[in-house]
Design a protein around this ligand. Structure first.
Ligand SMILES: Cc1cc2nc3c(=O)[nH]c(=O)nc-3n(C[C@H](O)[C@H](O)[C@H](O)COP(=O)(O)O)c2cc1C
Length: 304
């Protein structure tokens, strides 16, 4: 990714690198001059796993953070308006590329990490995530107005393991869920969305690693606005981990089932609303997943 190009185009290339459930890429963009509109694509919401579109909004929030970081790294000030129009619920954000700014080295490091961040589902080594990295991850979530609770005590981790296994059992027995999963688990190289077999991991084992660091990202409320913010927090946490050489994978199953989601909230006694469960550690390189190119999901307004 070169930051010498048009900042808006660079920002769109960054946006589409965001993570999304089953790599569904539930977004589209509208550009008018220096203005980028970020829209939810309702046809790409996972109807079974994510009936309310909560995870799709997290993914779009992650895309918004990528836009912000890419603009800053390109020397522009991002001005963000979340949910700008009540009458158009899919219009999730507008970001303007405004006046010049000198990016900090940290802005540049986070923006560069967008291209090489991966979900890494493989087993991690026994090496523990050091305290300073944990603290940096917690701060990253706080910076975006969300909360990252590290599942600390080993008893707590076992309890979360029970919830995860229960969620996996329910989803395994849910034929509609399995059908949706199959639709998005593409054969390698055949399409530019979905999760290829090459990105699959160790499977539903728990714990994968001897000393997993597991954390729950929560938001203070569960409004659409809070979910968009949580998506930005999620992406800042993921990019911060990437810059520290730490691999991450998602363990979303328990938060996709309402009763278990409430149990996760009680378990971490964090504010309110768990949005994702993440596993951190030191892994071996994971392959990149494909994306629909930015130009395929962007409409430009042409002024005659
Ligand atoms: C809200 C959300 C929930 C996700 N849940 C899971 C999950 O439960 N299991 C999993 O293996 N990956 C999960 N993912 C990761 C996606 O599958 C991944 O982002 C996508 O395949 C693109 O790959 P990448 O992250 O390596 O770019 C989730 C991603 C998001 C944004």
């Amino acid at each position: 990714m070169s930051f010498a190009q048009d900042p808006v185009r660079v920002a769109l290339d960054a946006a589409v690198r965001a993570p999304s459930p089953h790599n569904s890429q539930p977004w589209r963009f509208e550009v008018d001059g220096d203005r980028i509109g970020v829209f939810l694509d309702p046809d790409r919401i996972l109807k079974v796993a994510d009936p309310d579109g909560r995870e799709a909004r997290l993914a779009c929030g992650a895309a918004v953070l990528n836009v912000r970081l890419a603009l800053r790294a390109a020397g522009r000030t991002p001005v963000v308006h979340l949910l700008p129009r009540r009458d158009v619920p899919e219009h999730l954000a507008t970001v303007w590329a405004r006046g010049r700014v000198t990016p900090t080295p940290d802005d540049v490091a986070l923006a560069r990490a967008i291209a090489y961040r991966r979900s890494n589902r493989r087993a991690f080594t026994a090496r523990e995530v050091p305290v300073w990295v944990r603290q940096a991850l917690v701060r990253a979530a706080t910076e975006e107005g969300a909360h990252l609770a590290v599942v600390g005590r080993s008893g707590q981790l076992d309890e979360l393991g029970v919830l995860l296994r229960e969620a996996e059992r329910l989803q395994r027995e849910d034929l509609a869920f399995q059908d949706e999963l199959r639709q998005w688990t593409a054969s390698d190289g055949a399409r530019d969305d979905g999760v290829p077999a090459s990105a699959a991991g160790a499977g539903p084992e728990w714990p994968f690693d001897r000393k997993p660091m597991v954390a729950v990202l929560s938001s203070y409320t569960d409004t659409r606005l809070a979910q968009l913010r949580a998506g930005q927090a999620l992406q800042r946490v993921l990019l911060r981990a990437t810059t520290a050489g730490v691999s991450v994978s998602f363990l979303s199953q328990p938060v996709e089932i309402p009763a278990l989601r409430a149990a996760v909230a009680r378990l971490v006694s964090a504010p309110g609303n768990p949005q994702v469960v993440l596993r951190f550690g030191y892994g071996f390189a994971a392959p990149a997943t494909r994306r629909r190119p930015a130009e395929a999901v962007t409409r430009y307004t042409v002024h005659g």
